[in-house]
Design a protein around this ligand. Structure first.
Ligand code: URA
Ligand code: SF4
Length: 218
């Protein structure tokens, strides 16, 4: 399928009345809602507490996550866990997932180079995110970086301008009707990979921790 075609989207693979995250995860393993399923190893679904108060949303699984089938288990995940700890958030209250659930990459020789998912992939995969929120009913959603922000807050949202602020949601969502969850808040911050790439890592890391400290007040 050419990436310019509009993919069918994940909706037809989402169970109608799911009873658990495990049921959603099983169904997502067979998703063919966009072309990313084909070259990737497997669907990487969210993971964490079924009673999570806080849900973190990243971009998409990376190389390590694609192979292990779990989100945020590579370098960005290690940094994120450290920042969560430094911010004083109890990891037992967390659920961590991604806006797009297959690894998008380009092959260069035998290396798989990360490619940012496009708007069509974000839209195609959104039904899984909606289903996760419907199941978890968290109090706060933490958006990590631009891709997750696009998925949840629309294309004009700028993380750098609005990071670290608690916002009512889904009132600020691009498609509020998509999100059948009342009374949640959303907070955007930078992606942990951006900290790993930053010229001044210490400053970038402290910025991430400071934003997460605001999340810890919820
Ligand atoms: N980056 C993400 O956005 N998600 C992961 O799961 C790993 C790295
Ligand atoms: Fe389905 Fe999302 Fe994977 Fe596309 S990226 S195939 S929509 S799970």
């Amino acid at each position: 399928m050419a990436s310019t075609d509009s993919p069918p989207g994940a909706q037809q693979w989402v169970p109608e009345r799911p009873r658990s995250i495990a049921e959603l995860k099983d169904a997502a393993a067979g998703c063919q809602g966009c072309e990313l399923f084909e070259p990737a190893t497997q669907t990487v679904f969210g993971r964490g507490a079924e009673q999570a108060r806080i849900v973190f949303v990243g971009e998409q699984p990376g190389d390590v996550e694609d192979q292990r089938g779990l989100p945020f288990v590579g370098p960005a995940g290690r940094l994120l866990r450290e920042a969560v700890d430094d911010a004083g958030i109890d990891p037992a209250e967390l659920y961590i997932t991604n806006a797009v659930k297959h690894f998008r990459f380009e092959l260069r020789g035998s290396r798989r180079i990360h490619q940012t998912p496009g708007p069509a992939h974000i839209t195609a995969c959104r039904p899984w995110l909606v289903a996760e929120f419907g199941q978890l009913r968290p109090e706060l959603v933490v958006v990590l970086g631009a891709t997750a922000a696009k998925a949840l807050l629309g294309p004009s949202f700028r993380v750098t301008r609005s990071r670290g602020q608690l916002m009512p949601w889904p009132a600020s969502a691009e498609h509020p009707e998509d999100f059948p969850v009342a009374e949640i808040q959303v907070l955007a911050t930078i992606h942990p990979s951006a900290v790993l790439r930053a010229d001044n890592r210490d400053v970038a890391y402290q910025g991430l921790v400071d934003d997460l400290k605001v999340a810890a007040t919820v």
